[in-house]
Design a protein around this ligand. Structure first.
Ligand code: NAD
Length: 455
């Protein structure tokens, strides 16, 4: 909890925050092993091709599913829940299958389901709306409209609640489990207002959902601290052997992380001309290849453009973008990235919204999105995926160095009124890395508490 958050939770703080209408950051419920994913049942509604597969999936995750007992369908097939009685137990999540929405008039179903239920949603509640990718839907208009609805719900939810829209392609009905496990749990604590796309194609369910990466090898760059260290920890928790890479100057911290996660290290500057070849050689010789590659290493060298020398420009371009392209090329060309591989980039909301003093940084972070677009198209249908996370304000050494006023603004200007933690980015990476996420390709998911920047 940051200092303001502790104050807002205190007796006097609650009073002041309430009276002045100040941001009220609710403590987020994060994943902890052994604890159930949610603190209550899931209220499932809607009518479409996903209701039944999703009901089965929620059951297999071990979640209680309730359907409104008063729900009835009229002769035109419309769902009427207006007579709803207060559910005995507050739902911890509301999941609505909107794939049956075929015309603009049907959008009324959203109001019918959510209006009576939204206020009963428990703390850190979850809203998930499921749709059909607009381009292939009967009504492109109605399905596209779901975005505005879901993002607004995210902004209205209080007490740590989040809302997402998941577009599930026709034929991908069986590919939603890893995504629902992520969204309907504390793993997605700091992800809100996102639009996620799941495609069709074969999906490999893990033998053990608690160790989905067992037997896999993951490479994480910039792993000695901050977000990279958290990614290494979460991938190792999920069963992967993690190869932790960082510059030689970070050797000691890098070894400490590698020891903690029972992984191994490569000390290497990724901008070195021979870095791609050394990475390929390392993973090939020691592990016979690599399954998950997370390009997390990144730097900032901030100056407004007129004051930015070439050195600052070039350094950021090299570390954050150019060398990733080279490393990917080498991994694909050599075959070191094994079948069903996962490539995950780390973008930033600065790459979406732009930021004063960060023309270099934002160029690279938008470039990472371009890299996802280009590579995900190339690998589509092969089982390999390419996605990126775009963190917002995450509490790390990088953000601790930001001047106080800007830092406070960055922390509060989002729907959850607080900064995220490195583990929030790491959990999102782990969802991309999951073997059952083979349908999740070409997504850029913001981990930003639904920041106002770039929204
Ligand atoms: P950090 O500075 O704490 O960690 C970055 C790591 O990358 C360091 O360990 C560093 O040594 C390593 N690195 C830098 N240059 C390297 C090189 N040439 N070769 C190998 N390793 C190198 O930063 P962080 O806050 O943990 O950020 C991690 C990633 O997340 C970065 O890509 C950053 O741009 C991105 N990001 C962070 C935030 C945030 O709020 N912290 C927000 C958006 C995006």
């Amino acid at each position: 909890m940051d200092r303001y958050q502790s104050f807002a939770r205190s007796g006097i703080g609650r009073f002041v925050v309430g009276k002045l209408g100040l941001p009220d950051p609710h403590p987020l419920r994060r994943h902890s092993p052994g604890r159930p994913p949610l603190d209550g049942p899931v209220l499932l509604g809607g009518r479409g091709r996903l209701v039944e597969p999703v009901r089965a999936t929620l059951g297999s995750i071990g979640l209680d599913v309730t359907t409104d007992p008063t729900e009835r369908t009229d002769t035109a097939g419309r769902t009427d829940t207006t007579q709803r009685t207060e559910a005995a137990e507050r739902p911890a999540a509301l999941v609505f299958d909107a794939t049956g929405i075929e015309k603009v008039e049907d959008l009324r179903d959203l109001h019918t389901f959510f209006h009576p239920s939204i206020r009963s949603l428990g703390p850190c509640g979850r809203v998930v709306v499921l749709g059909t990718p607009p381009a292939s839907a009967v009504s492109r208009i109605a399905q596209r409209a779901l975005e505005g609805f879901t993002r607004s719900v995210g902004k209205e939810l209080k007490r740590g609640g989040t809302a997402q829209l998941v577009y599930v392609a026709e034929g991908a009905e069986g590919n939603v489990e890893s995504t629902l496990r992520f969204l309907l749990s504390g793993r997605s604590a700091y992800v809100s207002g996102q639009v996620i796309r799941i495609g069709a194609g074969p999906v490999e369910a893990p033998d053990d959902w608690d160790a989905p990466l067992a037997g896999k090898v993951a490479l994480v760059t910039g792993a000695s601290r901050g977000i990279g260290a958290a990614i290494a920890e979460v991938l190792a928790r999920d069963g992967a052997h993690v190869v932790c890479l960082d510059v030689p100057g970070q050797g000691e911290e890098l070894s400490a992380v590698a020891n903690r996660v029972k992984g191994s290290t490569i000390q290497l500057d990724i901008t070195a001309p021979d870095a791609p070849a050394r990475i390929v050689e390392h993973v090939d010789q020691r592990h016979g290849g690599v399954d998950v590659v997370v390009h997390n290493a990144g730097i900032t060298r901030d100056r407004t453009l007129g004051r930015m020398d070439e050195g600052r420009w070039d350094a950021v371009l090299q570390v954050n973008l150019a060398c990733q392209e080279r490393v990917n090329q080498a991994l694909f060309d050599s075959g070191a990235l094994r079948p069903n591989g996962r490539v995950v980039g780390v973008s930033s909301i600065a790459g979406i919204a732009g930021n004063v003093g960060q023309t270099n940084y934002a160029t690279t972070k938008a470039g990472v999105i371009g890299l996802v677009d280009a590579l995900s198209e190339q690998v589509d249908g092969t089982g390999t995926t390419v996605n990126a996370v775009a963190p917002g304000f995450i509490e790390t050494r990088m953000t601790a160095a930001v001047p106080l006023v800007i830092r406070e603004a960055g922390r509060r200007m989002n729907s959850l009124s607080q900064g995220g933690l490195p583990v929030d980015v790491a959990e999102t990476v782990a969802w991309f890395a999951h073997p059952a996420s083979a349908g999740v390709n070409g997504n850029v998911v913001r981990v930003c508490g639904q920041s106002l920047l770039g929204a």
